[in-house]
Write a protein that binds this ligand. Structure first.
Ligand code: GMT
Length: 381
């Protein structure tokens, strides 16, 4: 198949999922065309099967805001015709879905290119549900030729908010040979030079991630179990506030901020426990990546997290903001190596069985085929 993929290229889990899906599809013999404003950060290699088409934007003084959605639609249409695309797969409904529909309609007398929309979370739960975007998001869902959501939670939210239920759940995925424990990595000694145990947090430091709760947990844990450090991976608006809180709590020297990293697996592979105290996660890709690296996950019982983390088996779940319980759970795992290792192994087992590329990529391919088959039968009936 010739597949056009559109993602937010630099920010967030939806861009990671769309980019890695493209790479996996190319490895399975499909031709993938990424269409976005810049090359997605996770697309590290272009080759015979992986192509990138930059959306060019004309700037004009009249435009207070540049109409990216129109430029994207134009590019999608022209790439579809030039590369004979079989389908568009857009990640995150706003505005990618609308741009795809516009592209499809603008070229349909030459070629009908169906639009598949994958919902990732805030495109439904926050942004899409806001009054300013709700009607157009509902229209995007209704007009898409196929809609998938990354968790059962998100499908339920889509039904409740948009009264739209034609959604197939295809969960996020990890490549098990990439996300794994790295027992011999020298990075471990760099981060924990005195044999400390290592807590990890990975996020974009937006308020929804509650990264401050991460240092609150760390400070409580460290008071009882001093031989521990915390590595914070990523960057975003709350990083300075988190750093400040670590200072106030007296744990700044053992809280290591490493910033944005291209390869998160390097850090997860050498850590011991993962902290994800988010207010909202429709899936929690970072929790899956951590579990695949055998890290027990301390997280909140929200959104799609309980679909990824088995409470009491591969991690512990708590109410949002309950840093006392999250600290007690972390301590329990720090002081009981057998339990920590058993939770890690169970997390790895769940990740590989349910969420490996081998399990999930065929579901996307089958979904594409079902959408294309519907098109053929509609055209011949
Ligand atoms: O967080 C967002 O605003 C959007 C989105 C993104 O692009 O990162 O995040 C969502 O998609 C991820 C990939 O499917 C999920 O793992 C995240 O849980 C989800 N974020 C939220 O629901 C807040």
């Amino acid at each position: 198949m010739n597949i056009g993929i559109t993602v937010y290229p630099t920010y967030g889990g939806s861009g990671i999922v769309g980019s890695e899906l493209g790479r996996e599809l190319a490895e399975r013999g499909h031709n993938v065309h990424f269409i976005s404003s810049v090359m997605p950060t996770r697309v590290t290699e272009l080759n015979d099967r992986v192509h990138f088409h930059e959306v060019e934007m004309m700037t004009y003084p009249l435009f207070e805001h540049q109409p990216y959605d129109l430029a994207l639609a134009t590019k999608m249409g022209s790439v579809a015709r030039a590369e004979k695309l079989d389908l568009f797969h857009v990640h995150y409904a706003i505005p990618h879905s609308i741009s795809g529909i516009l592209a499809r309609e603008s070229i349909k007398d030459k070629r009908y290119v169906p639009v598949i929309t994958t919902l990732h979370g805030t495109d439904i739960t926050l942004v899409g549900a806001d009054r300013s975007y709700l009607p157009i998001t509902r229209y995007a869902l209704q007009q898409s030729d196929g809609v998938t959501a990354v968790s059962k939670f998100l499908k339920k939210a889509t039904i409740e908010t948009f009264d739209f239920d034609d959604v197939q759940v295809i969960p996020n995925f990890i490549c098990p040979s990439h996300y794994k424990k790295l027992p011999d990595s020298p990075l471990r000694d760099e981060l924990a030079p005195n044999g400390e145990l290592l807590l990890a947090h990975v996020s974009n430091f937006r308020p929804v991630k509650r990264a401050i709760d991460g240092v609150e947990i760390f400070a409580r844990v460290k008071a009882e179990f001093p031989k521990v450090r915390l590595v914070m991976v990523g960057d975003g608006p709350e990083r300075a506030a988190v750093k400040h809180r670590a200072k106030v709590l007296g744990v700044e020297t053992d809280t290591i901020f490493v910033g944005k990293k291209a390869n998160i697996a390097d850090y997860l592979g050498v850590s011991d426990i993962f902290l994800l105290p988010s207010e909202l996660e429709s899936f929690g890709l970072a929790a899956l990546e951590a579990a695949a690296c055998e890290l027990p996950v301390i997280a909140t019982r929200i959104g799609g997290i309980p679909e990824v983390v088995n409470d009491g088996e591969s991690g512990y779940l708590s109410d949002v903001g309950d840093v006392e319980k999250m600290s007690a759970d972390t301590l329990r795992l720090l002081t009981d190596a057998d339990r920590r290792l058993a939770f890690g192994l169970r997390g790895r087992e769940i990740s590989v069985q349910r969420y490996s590329t081998q399990a999930i990529i065929p579901q996307y391919i089958a979904f594409y085929e079902s959408v294309l088959a519907k098109q053929v039968s509609a055209a011949t009936s």
